[in-house]
Design a binder for this molecule. Structure first.
Ligand SMILES: *Cc1c(COP(=O)(O)O)cnc(C)c1O
Length: 449
């Protein structure tokens, strides 16, 4: 009998996170200040505590996971690795398909893997208040939960379109004690500036980041917390890939290809980075980030220094970007509506170590529904992007009769996204064409120095 769920005992929760910086062929391009010179740790001190800044800049290969964090991880980790037997049968593919289910966390996605340590490090540094942004509500939920567990107050700037479309995500954050505001708000300079130009702005992650950063920088007792993009967030997420490697060893298997949805990049990095060292030592493995055609950062963006937020408050980071003032179409995969991408992923992609594919909106829901009908689990719209790419590959294997081993990260469940599924079933979803003109315009506004 083929095992369906590959389960590790709690004692096997990894003791260290993996820092890919130690194994990169070239050192990471440094973040720059407004004058175009590399910034030091002190430039980040208004918004992050020093213990997190040290992690952000660390070159150590292995970084110990504090016991207090592992204790909280035990609430849902290790997460199960599944063999998608029923999906394989439904597709009639000779490929083997595995998926890691990060939807089993209390918040419903991989996001708590970083929310928990971020809150912990702030608490240890004496910080009792955090501000953050959330797109689809996944990161806000995760930070709200972690804040509750360590007694840290959390204020969430939630992208307005999600705030309206996902009232239950908001209730969830409130259940865990967070304060939730619809961004753009009239409570920050950044928010007021956007509202002056467009009173009906649906908001964007870039705008919400501006608001949350401003709140942290201007309030003495508040620090900021980011759910993706930065090195330390990707570091925390490597627990996904590290567990997966142990689980695959238990069944004597190894993937030929790995897929994960890619917004800011943290769940993709979390799954893929621990396999990069193997790739460097000669393993033949394809690591594929999957993004929407409506926000095609890696596949159509420019590799350049840009701001992480819309207004330009963050340091400049070298990354694939569509331009910091690009506002992507409101597709429902809110977690993938970000103009930039993690600098580490961008550099590794630029150097040909990672790959990327873009998939259109309607086809991703079709894949999500196929998956739900085979495996039972209803995936988040973001996750559906990775499922689309995995199914496409499995169908290709059917044609070529290649028994490849495919692995994808099920980054979250879709229980709060049923409105998007509903639109799909009613035929109301559209494939937004690649917004070429809007991107060209934003690219023209890239910072010059
Ligand atoms: C946030 C989110 C994503 C995208 O963010 P990354 O930083 O690219 O991981 C993907 N899937 C789910 C379920 C999310 O909540």
């Amino acid at each position: 009998m083929t095992t369906t769920k590959i389960i590790l005992p709690e004692s096997e929760i990894p003791t260290h996170w993996y820092n890919v910086v130690a194994d990169m062929p070239n050192p990471p391009e440094p973040p720059l200040g407004p004058d175009g010179n590399p910034i030091g740790p002190e430039a980040l001190a208004p918004i992050f505590p020093m213990n997190i800044i040290e992690q952000e800049m660390s070159q150590e290969r292995w970084i110990p996971i504090p016991n207090e964090v592992r204790r909280v991880y035990q609430q849902w980790r290790p997460s199960p690795l599944y063999r998608a037997r029923r999906l394989e049968e439904m597709l009639g593919t000779p490929a083997k398909i595995y998926y890691k289910n990060e939807g089993v966390s209390p918040a419903g996605s991989h996001k708590p893997n970083s929310a928990v340590p971020q809150v912990y490090y702030n608490k240890v540094a004496g910080i009792n208040r955090l501000s953050t942004e959330t797109g689809a509500g996944q990161w806000g939920s995760a930070l709200a939960m972690a804040g509750q567990m360590f007694g840290v107050e959390v204020t969430v700037y939630m992208v307005k379109v999600s705030y309206q479309q996902k009232p239950y995500r908001r209730s969830m954050m409130e259940t865990w004690g967070a304060k939730v505001l619809a961004s753009p708000t009239d409570q920050t300079d950044a928010g007021r500036k956007v509202l002056a130009q467009d009173p009906d702005s649906p908001g964007s992650l870039g705008i919400a980041i501006s608001e949350a950063v401003e709140a942290a920088a201007t309030q003495e007792d508040t620090k900021y917390s980011l759910g993706s993009v930065l090195n330390h967030v990707l570091l925390h997420q490597t627990i996904i890939g590290l567990e997966t490697k142990k689980q695959l060893e238990m069944v004597g298997d190894y993937p030929d290809m790995i897929f994960a949805p890619c917004g800011g990049g943290c769940n993709f990095a979390g799954m893929a980075f621990p396999f990069i060292a193997d790739k460097a030592s000669g393993k033949n493995i394809n690591l594929v980030a999957v993004e929407p055609t409506s926000c095609p950062t890696l596949t159509k963006g420019h590799y350049a220094y840009d701001f992480g937020d819309t207004v330009g408050l963050t340091p400049l980071m070298k990354m694939y970007t569509l331009g910091h003032d690009f506002i992507p179409p409101s597709i429902h995969a809110g977690g993938l509506r970000y103009h930039g991408d993690s600098p580490l992923i961008s550099q590794l992609y630029h150097e040909g170590i990672l790959e990327a594919r873009a998939v259109p909106n309607v086809a991703t829901f079709e894949a999500g529904v196929t998956f739900a009908r085979a495996e039972g689990i209803i995936p988040a719209p973001e996750t559906c992007h990775a499922i689309r790419a995995t199914i496409d590959e499995a169908l290709k294997c059917k044609e070529t009769k290649e028994p490849k081993t495919l692995l994808f990260n099920l980054s979250g469940h879709g229980h709060f996204d049923m409105m998007a599924y509903d639109k799909y079933f009613r035929g109301e979803l559209e494939d937004f064409a690649y917004p070429e003109e809007a991107i060209a315009q934003s690219i023209a506004n890239l910072p010059k120095f």
